[in-house]
Design a protein around this ligand. Structure first.
Ligand SMILES: CC(C)(COP(=O)(O)OP(=O)(O)OC[C@H]1O[C@@H](n2cnc3c(N)ncnc32)[C@H](O)[C@@H]1OP(=O)(O)O)[C@@H](O)C(=O)NCCC(=O)NCCS
Length: 153
């Protein structure tokens, strides 16, 4: 994961767009472990079925960086560049969505991407999420797009 977080092309549309070192990667994994314990949601490792190679993560988190949409659970992913373009983000995210809706019984999932991150926007569209609003990252001033998927009551 540290190698993925050190790739500027991967990190281009995440946070302020800067790469993350090993310590920050560790802190991110620790934060996800805490979310599993406190909220019952978190990140899953994604592996390539054929080779067993580590591809990245897909999963759920509480988007505390964006208080205006709270309470919410966010679907997200981050894959190593050699694995892009094979449909893996969509495949992994479908499994995560199923986990969120069926296993965790959540009725509303959000997806947040930086404006211009067209690949992620496309993935959210393929998952059936609709664009709800445009806003700005409170800390980094980056324009963001919020997508939502809601189940019928
Ligand atoms: C975004 C990302 C997950 C895509 O992974 P992936 O496995 O290649 O995604 P998929 O193949 O499932 O789907 C990508 C879709 O976007 C399309 N796409 C890719 N690049 C695109 C671009 N620059 N403009 C428009 N569409 C694009 C693909 O054609 C595909 O759509 P299609 O199935 O209709 O052809 C990957 O680029 C990534 O991990 N990026 C870095 C981290 C990141 O941005 N995370 C999300 C933050 S919100």
């Amino acid at each position: 994961m540290a190698a993925i977080n050190a790739d500027p092309e991967v990190m281009r549309w995440i946070g302020d767009g800067s790469v993350r070192d090993r310590a920050r990667t560790r802190a991110g994994i620790d934060a996800s472990e805490r979310e599993w314990e406190e909220h019952g949601v978190g990140l899953f490792a994604v592996e390539c079925r054929e080779s067993g190679q580590f591809v990245g993560f897909a999963g759920l988190s509480v988007p505390s960086f964006l208080p205006e949409i709270l309470p919410a659970v966010e679907l997200g992913w981050r894959l190593a560049r050699p694995f892009w373009g094979r449909g893996l983000a969509t495949e992994a995210s479908r499994v995560v969505l199923d986990f969120a809706l069926r296993d965790r019984g959540l009725a509303r999932i959000v997806g947040v991407h930086a404006t211009g991150n067209h690949a992620s926007e496309r993935v959210l569209g393929k998952l059936g999420m609709r664009r709800e609003r445009r806003t700005t990252h409170p800390r980094y001033g980056v324009p963001l797009c919020v997508h939502v998927l809601e189940t019928c009551p």
